[in-house]
Design a protein around this ligand. Structure first.
Ligand SMILES: [Mn+2]
Length: 459
């Protein structure tokens, strides 16, 4: 069923029906609505990996996941969504914690008071069978799916069915069943959504809970799969025959690769006749952002200039609208540091404290998690090329791939097809283009040369 249809806007009469799609219901003008999809809220997450911070930073970090939840509620109301979907790991641990439960409840009350329906499932971090609940009765309009079977919730507006939402929770953390296979399209009209915490395509970065394949998602007959579990935002099916997306964590939790950059939720525009009518739109809702910052020390004559340079760069980041109103936890990587200079060697360990002093008192805070130093490596390409060894051959091969883009594409295709279940080939961040082939090649060459020349390359 084709999904790239008219954008949301005023209803157009007698809109052409795409070939092969379901016909609209009895009326010419389908009813438009919108839902918000979030997952992996990990409410009250302890941010264990950030290290020692000062008291006010520690307090802000402690509140970040809860503040992001409030921002999600605000966003759902602002977008006038009919429905909010929470796809598991709502709490960080089976203990849940009263603070997290109270905050969740007050947000849910705010949503249902405005007529928003909420469907939520539990994942491996907050399975239904463990922990305790301070809430015995959820507000009317909130469905917490059980773990025995897929539960279906009908969402209506003015007596008309907009959507049927199917979901199932984990009973225990190590859910080993292929839960996706339990989902079946319902008989009623309107959008059909599956809410599931699962690992699609054996993603090696995440535990293999509720493992399933793209074929299981395709077979379920849903219009949209609201997935949870993978912390990096990505879409695994982009409209053919349905959408299946991971929104990623609502609030980044550390400087691990999957927690970096903008975090938030997906807003999805639909109508009751055709289903999803536009690709999901990402909205950033995080309160604290975890970002790596790479800087080349070449412009700075000495360590003192570099310290100030880093502080200036952090000030520049704060001025970027991307970060406005957000606290930042930054890992600074300095490239091209002269290895033979004793001043750098002596200062490297203290740079972080110096930078921290330079950003003290900034609001919202900037916290410099660490300053890592990468020594300058000088690769004498002409000398390597003349050596006639493996490194020389590698460089020649890379040069031939640069000259022949078709050969490079064929090589990348072969690598992709060798990956588990082909998932890496289709998985990419929502709204972000994949890295270019030439950027990948450049990175691969640099990495290989670093390994080959590990001894004696640094000056
Ligand atoms: Mn999670």
């Amino acid at each position: 069923m084709a999904k790239q249809r008219a954008p949301v806007g005023p209803c157009r009469m007698a809109r052409p029906i795409p070939a092969g799609s379901r016909p609209p219901r009895s009326k010419v003008c389908p009813m438009k609505f919108r839902f918000v999809h979030a997952a992996d809220l990990h409410l009250d997450t302890p941010f264990a990996g950030v290290g020692r911070t000062d008291e006010s930073v520690a307090a802000a970090l402690r509140d970040a996941s809860l503040d992001a939840w409030d921002a999600l509620v605000d966003c759902t109301l602002r977008e006038q969504a009919a429905l909010l979907l929470l796809a598991g790991d709502v709490y960080d641990g089976p203990d849940r914690g009263l603070r997290a439960q109270m905050r969740l409840l007050s947000g849910l009350r705010r949503l249902v008071d405005h007529g928003v329906r909420v469907v939520m499932v539990h994942g491996n971090h907050d399975p239904l069978g463990t922990g305790w609940s301070a809430v015995r009765t959820w507000p009317a309009g909130v469905t917490v799916c059980g773990s025995d079977a897929v539960e279906s919730t009908v969402v209506e507006r003015d007596g008309q069915r907009l959507a049927t939402v199917h979901g199932v929770s984990y009973a225990r953390a190590d859910e080993g069943r292929n839960l996706a296979r339990l989902f079946r399209r319902g008989p009623g009209p309107g959008l059909q959504v599956g809410v599931l915490h699962c690992n699609v395509g054996a993603d090696p970065d995440h535990a293999a809970y509720a493992p399933c394949g793209l074929e299981d998602l395709r077979a379920g007959g849903m219009d949209y799969w609201a997935l949870g579990h993978v912390h990096r935002r990505r879409s695994v099916l982009a409209g053919d025959p349905c959408f299946a997306c991971y929104p990623g964590t609502l609030q980044g939790r550390s400087l691990a690769a999957g927690e970096l950059g903008a975090k938030g939720a997906l807003v999805v525009d639909c109508d009751d006749a055709y289903g999803v009518i536009a690709p999901p739109r990402f909205v950033a809702l995080d309160r604290v952002r975890f970002v790596p910052l790479e800087l080349d020390v070449a412009p700075w004559p000495d360590v003192a200039a570099a310290t100030q340079g880093v502080v200036d760069a952090l000030a520049g980041m704060r001025a970027d609208p991307e970060y406005t109103g957000r606290a930042l936890v930054v890992r600074v990587v300095l490239r091209g540091v002269p290895a033979a200079d004793p001043a750098w060697q002596a200062a490297a360990a203290e740079l972080c404290a110096q930078v921290q002093e330079g950003v003290a008192g900034w609001t919202p805070f900037v916290w410099c998690e660490s300053v890592q130093v990468r020594l300058r490596s000088v690769v004498d390409r002409a000398a390597i090329a003349g050596r006639g060894d493996f490194a020389a051959e590698l460089m020649a091969h890379v040069a031939s791939l640069v000259a022949e883009p078709a050969a490079l594409q064929a090589l990348l295709g072969a690598i992709d097809s060798g990956l588990p279940a082909g998932i890496a080939a289709v998985a990419r961040e929502v709204g972000a283009p994949p890295p270019s082939a030439s950027a990948l090649l450049e990175e691969a060459e640099a990495h290989c040369l670093r390994l080959l020349l590990a001894e004696g390359a640094a000056t």
